[in-house]
Design a protein around this ligand. Structure first.
Ligand code: ATP
Ligand code: MG
Length: 251
């Protein structure tokens, strides 16, 4: 790999007696897409939870730009430029499309949770213009004043993606970004991810079951099965391997 901005080494995690991850080692390269594939229950989401600070590993370390970040909270990691798109969509359901993205931009501007500070900030026209731009960029197909809960699942995911872009991160984790999206939305999202890596040199990690999407986007692939790495390398090579295809697709 070129530049290994994020390195995880010997990650182990148990839930009670159940070993979910065993000695999982790998890395993410800047300006590249690394895909994590494997059957249901392989431990992909759990690994992302460890890498994004939602879960503390029992064993192993995580380094970002050479500094150890193992066990840091998601808020700490967000400040370091690491963000995540969750497998279960997370938007403010009772807020409008516009205010969802404005809120994400406000969070970047201040660490104050004072109601008055936030109200003042959320009225700033530059933030509202930037929010409108991000919403148009990801192609959320809804009025800006529509409530998030009234959007289709696919549009809620695009809205969550706009909130992620508002975070201005250097490294993003995308857990099944296109699940539940229409084919047109998936194409739009693939274009956005391409743009993120080509233009902004972002580090992208993606979990995806849709192999054609992985083939189109990924530079590198890591295959997990029963909590262990069973394959890794260049995307074309790994995806062309009959053993990988059997593990991941049952082919
Ligand atoms: N909080 C938890 N407590 C106990 N077991 C858990 C917990 N979270 C996940 N697991 C178990 O750990 C295993 C790995 O789950 P994980 O969600 O990481 O898999 P995955 O590869 O993301 O699967 P999918 O492709 O279905 O999303 C599964 O057997 C799951 O049931
Ligand atoms: Mg998962």
């Amino acid at each position: 790999m070129s530049e290994h901005t994020l390195v995880f080494d010997g990650i182990g995690k148990r839930f009670g007696e159940f070993k979910v991850l065993t000695d999982v080692t790998g890395s993410l390269a800047q300006g590249k897409v690394t895909a994590f594939i494997g059957p249901n229950g392989a431990g992909k989401t759990t690994l992302f939870q460890v890498l994004t600070g939602e879960l503390r590993p029992d064993m192993g370390t995580v380094h970002w730009d050479g500094a150890e970040i193992t066990g840091k909270s998601p808020a700490d990691l967000a400040r370091l430029g690491i963000g995540k798109l969750f497998q279960d969509v997370r938007v403010f359901r009772n807020m409008s499309v516009m205010d969802n993205v404005v809120a994400a931009l406000c969070a970047m501007e201040t660490s104050s949770w004072s109601f008055f500070d936030l109200v003042l900030l959320s009225r700033r026209s530059d933030l509202r213009d930037r929010a409108a731009h991000l919403i148009a960029q990801v192609g959320v197909d809804a009025r800006l004043d529509a409530l998030a809960k009234d959007l289709s699942f696919g549009n809620q995911k695009l809205l969550a993606f706009a909130r992620l872009l508002a975070g201005n991160y250097r490294c993003v984790y995308l857990d099944e970004p296109i699940a539940g999206m229409s084919p047109a939305m998936a194409v739009r999202l693939a274009e956005l991810i391409h743009h993120m890596v080509e233009n902004d040199k972002m580090t992208v990690a993606i979990i995806e079951h849709e192999i054609s999407f992985v083939e189109e986007l990924a530079d590198y692939v890591l295959v997990l099965s029963q909590g262990q790495v069973v394959g890794r390398g260049d995307a074309a090579e790994v995806l062309g391997n009959p053993v990988t295809r059997e593990i991941c697709l049952g082919l």
